[in-house]
Write a protein that binds this ligand. Sequence first.
Ligand SMILES: [Mg+2]
Length: 374
Amino acid sequence: MKITQIDLFNRNLPYQGETYSLSGGRDYTEFQAVIVRMLSDDGFIGWGESTPFGGTYIAAHARGAVAGIEELAPALLGQDPRCHERVCDVMEQTLLGHNHARAPLDIACWDLAAQHYQVPVCTLLGGSTRQRMPIISSIYSGKPDNMRERVAKHRAMGYRGHSIKIGADEADGGVALDAERIIACLADRKPGEYFLADANGGLTPDSVMRLLALLPKQTDIVLEAPCKTWHETKQVRQHCWLPILLDELIQYDDDLITTIEQRLADGIGLKISKAGGLTPARRQRDICRAAGLSMSVQDTVGSSIAFAGIVHLAQTVPGRLLRCVLDTRDMVSGHVAELDAPLENGGVMAPNTPGLGLRVDLAKLGEPAFTWTL
Ligand SMILES: [Mg+2]
């Protein structure tokens, strides 16, 4: 089996809400998707997506993903898409780093391989747990009552996890406002719900300490990505009575090993494009499992193509370690593909069809910006 053609498509994905606000004054209204189509000599079509969260979330941006794929795609022509580790070796030998450029190519290989074997991608990744997986909302930062309303709206839609964005500037209310946001969002909590307070690296160690002092001691929430650097995170970990989940800081395997070695977190945000595709994300899943770290399986953002990778990987994580799955489909409009993975009975399941299970609407996708052929 050989890769014979790779196409790259660009696509705008407008945010479904008004403006998505994160700590540090970062606002987003749309995202640039980079979508890859990969053809094999046995007639299958594989898909993959990388949609960076703007250029200020991690060191990744859409034009960088395109430039990286321009380097990587020619080297993958003629490779066997079933040999995932070898495909990663070729990418490593062609371009160091640039995980967000590697990811859609790696994901498309999994889609091709699974169609070749006529099984769902989750079967190749280790097998489905057959458990319905809880979905997590992404509640951008705003006024406490408004955030509480958005939690309620997502609860009504069947979401059982909620990620509350915090990290207010001092001038806007600082940690006092963040504490109000958390308390408001937890006010109507239902049994079985899971809450994260995600600062996206926007707090300093002293502001975390001040925030903790403002929260009632029985607050049941996990603090996500409190600080921007490893050093700051170590400082926080020494004093923090809440569990910590790390996200932006963990991209490469080495970051995860450091986290475990130094006992810096109790869980991670496992984002597929941040890890460089399903092959490294599978490895990080296994490292987390061995270390007993819980996982929130996600991607930075993306369309239903990105969600397909998320839902198949998450479907292989044992239930006791799987906190939540991020449904990127609800964050953006402008989808070009259908995926049979509805939110029902409080969760989702990966489709049971060969490959990722995507039905891409080529008319909506338009013409490729680049094509490489064998
Ligand atoms: Mg996060």
